[in-house]
Design a protein around this ligand. Structure first.
Ligand SMILES: Cc1ncc(C[n+]2csc(CCOP(=O)(O)OP(=O)(O)O)c2C)c(N)n1
Length: 678
């Protein structure tokens, strides 16, 4: 590896390398080697390639940079520091922040965290997730351009860059996303692959021998090779070639050596995930021509290089964009106001006015069917609600059917995305849409939520209001059998902090769940819906569905006095509770039925409200849900009973399975009597 760069470029790049080493060394933890090696890429991106303004890291048309190799976070912190990224005049990363890397309360967390530091486009760490999410950002860019650009007024033209390594390339999620990006011909997307041939266990030939080049060409990507990341003219040329390509995503494969400059650890796996040690750090600094004993050294002219670029390019770009926006608003106030709302993360006033009330109907409809209607009504009111399904739209009922909804396809950016059978990639892409100002949604069968659960977790970590729509929510699926019958999935999703899991009981609870989910700006929501019909409850006989917004509510009050027993149900089992209640009441038992569509919302209610719904004194309680018991004990205590699933389901018609597994009003009523007698 030989350096091809000017002395000043070398000084800036070596400063990034040294800061990265020093940050990790001081923290006594972290990943120095890759940050050191990839400093030239960070330098070129932030100093030359990207259209961004360090003073406006939230500027809507900025180029995005995603560090998919989140373990190299110190590289991102170093470059954000040197480039002078700031928000409202407050620096994103100060020298003190760099010195407190990985410590409690530091802005420089172990892996980059969205929301903690301006300029971090997303939380990364789970390998591959950054790559897949960057596809969503690029799709959002195309969608925004199609909706808001006007002849002579290109409001949206941003490009998305993502930096990845061997690990990201090995993860399945990046294949899913790359395949779709190639199919959609996302010319505004560029991934840079650090081909350093090293992972944690050693050389990549232990486990990775395919031709990444051939693989990406087969996906339809524009593949560009750079033989040495330290050859700046070659790297520059590669970025120029990627920038000139508008009809295919680009992959720059750049060869590097981990821990470039370290005397004995360069090229070694030992430089991946641990401090280099004092001797190596001194040796590397000597190699760079830096004072060996000095740490966190930045010469003023290094800051000056970035400041000059910002003054010449960044500020001018964002200012001319603001001017473009002002002219745009004047020429088209309606579109301008819509865009302002999108940028502010606010729903349009009256967004839910098309959502109808469903009339009582004993035959009813599946909640996936009512969801399909409500999603369409909501999408009419929120122009930037965009998403789709992993090849199950006709079953998930997630297609937007109104005039003009359109499809997201190679030449066009409509609102219906055909994700193909790629659940994990789909969910990451939906997060990418949401990160770009859209409201991303995605859908599949509930049982396959396992395939994308890591992206629900990331959405929760990032406080992103992505909408996850899951249908076929139980053994009610019927004949497809246990592979398709979720059992533990409600518990698994409820276990993720910050996720709102809705399991509505009827069509009107579905509508209210959508209202609650879409009005939540800072958390993902999961909608869990049935394949089979559910009666649309007669709200003159029971409480209004608006109770959904409180997470749990008294659907049917006991006839008089206090309840002898409380039946708690969610989703399809609420109707069972009502049937059991009628039976018990005919025997003179005072029954209260509580519908609990969203435990997380209920937990946020006041103690008074919770007590009014589930009085502590009434310990005779039965909860029923077509899932495992885990998580229900807090509402049942020692004395309550749970009617649920203990093993997997079985293959048979749904009605047969309900009887087989004991989900009958008779059995529920018997359990109620048992808890009353205790
Ligand atoms: C999904 C996931 N699996 C495992 C890890 C743990 N991990 C972090 S880095 C890494 C090796 C990555 O190798 P490479 O991408 O080549 O990075 P480099 O060694 O070049 O820094 C692994 C296994 C992770 N962060 N995410």
């Amino acid at each position: 590896m030989s350096l091809v760069m000017t002395p000043q470029e070398k000084k800036v790049i070596d400063t990034i390398r040294a800061l990265s080493m020093d940050g990790v060394q001081k923290a006594k933890s972290g990943h120095p080697g890759t940050a050191m090696a990839l400093a030239p890429i960070a330098y070129l991106l932030y100093n030359e390639v990207m259209n961004y303004d360090p003073a406006r890291p939230d500027w809507l048309n900025r180029d995005r940079f995603v560090l998919s190799i989140g373990h190299a976070s110190i590289l991102l912190y170093s470059i954000l520091h040197l480039a002078g990224v700031s928000e409202k005049g407050v620096p994103a990363v100060t020298m003190d922040d760099l010195k407190s890397f990985r410590q409690l309360g530091s802005r420089c967390a172990g892996h980059p965290e969205y929301g903690l530091v301006p300029g971090i486009e997303m939380t990364t760490g789970p390998l591959g997730a950054g790559l897949a999410t960057s596809v969503g950002m690029a799709m959002a860019g195309r969608w925004l351009g199609q909706r808001y650009n006007r002849p002579g007024s290109d409001l949206f033209s941003y490009r998305v860059y993502a930096l990845c390594g061997d690990g990201c390339m090995m993860e399945g999620i990046s294949s899913e996303a790359a395949s779709l990006a190639g199919h959609l011909k996302l010319g505004n997307l560029c991934w840079i692959y650090d081909d350093n041939k090293i992972t944690i266990e050693g050389a990549t030939d232990l486990a990775f021998s395919e031709s990444v080049d051939d693989r990406f060409r087969a996906y339809g990507w524009n593949v560009i090779r750079v033989d040495d990341v330290n050859d700046l003219p070659a790297l520059r040329e590669a970025f120029a070639a990627a920038g000139a390509e508008t009809s295919r995503p680009s992959l720059i494969i750049a060869k590097s050596r981990i821990a470039f400059g370290a005397p004995t650890k360069e090229g070694q796996e030992s430089a991946h995930g641990a401090p280099l040690g004092e001797d190596e750090v001194r040796g590397a600094k000597k190699f760079y021509g830096f004072p060996e004993e000095e740490s966190f050294r930045v010469e003023p002219d290094v800051y000056g290089v970035f400041a000059q670029a910002a003054a010449q390019k960044g500020a001018r770009l964002s200012a001319s964009w603001e001017k473009l926006c002002a002219d745009y608003r004047a020429a088209d106030p309606e579109a301008g106001a819509e865009l302002d709302g999108l940028a502010a993360g606010k729903l349009p006033v009256g967004w839910d006015s098309a959502i109808e009330t469903f009339p009582a109907d004993p035959k009813g409809m599946a909640s996936r069917a009512s969801s399909g209607k409500v999603l369409n009504w909501a999408a009419l009111g929120i122009p930037w609600l965009v998403g789709g399904s992993a090849d199950l739209a006709p079953s998930n009922n997630t297609l937007l059917k109104f005039d003009g909804a359109g499809a997201f396809a190679p030449g066009t950016a409509g609102r219906n995305i055909h994700f193909g059978v790629r659940e994990n990639g789909m969910a990451a892409i939906a997060n990418g849409l949401t990160l770009s100002g859209l409201r991303g949604y995605c859908a599949t069968f509930f049982v396959f939520s396992d395939y994308l659960r890591p992206m629900v977790r990331l959405a929760a970590l990032m406080n992103l209001p992505t909408l996850f729509i899951f249908t076929h929510d139980s053994i009610g699926v019927g004949e497809d059998g246990p592979t398709h019958q979720p059992v533990e999935h409600l518990a698994a999703l409820r276990a993720i902090p910050g996720v709102q899991v809705f399991r509505p009981a009827d069509a009107n609870e579905v509508a209210e769940s959508y209202r609650a989910a879409l009005e939540t700006a800072d958390a993902p929501s999961v909608l869990v819906l049935t394949r089979q019909n559910l009666p649309t409850l007669d709200r003159t006989q029971c409480a209004p569905a608006s109770g959904t917004r409180r997470g749990a509510y008294i659907l049917l009050k006991e006839k008089a006095g206090s309840p002898d027993v409380i039946l708690i149900g969610t989703g399809s089992e609420v109707a069972l509770c009502l049937e059991a209640a009628r039976k018990l009441e005919s025997e003179g038992i005072a029954v209260r039925v509580v519908s609990m569509p969203c435990q997380e919302l209920f937990e946020r209610e006041s103690d008074e409200y919770k007590e009014s719904v589930l009085p502590a004194a009434v310990r005779a309680r039965v909860a029923v849900e077509l899932g495992v018991r885990q998580g229900w004990d807090r509402y049942l205590g020692f004395e309550g009973k749970f009617l649920g699933m203990e093993g997997f389901g079985a293959s048979a018609p749904a009605g047969v399975l309900m009887n087989h597994f004991g989900f009958t009003a008779g059995r529920l009523a018997d359990l109620a009597k048992e808890v009353i007698q205790k």
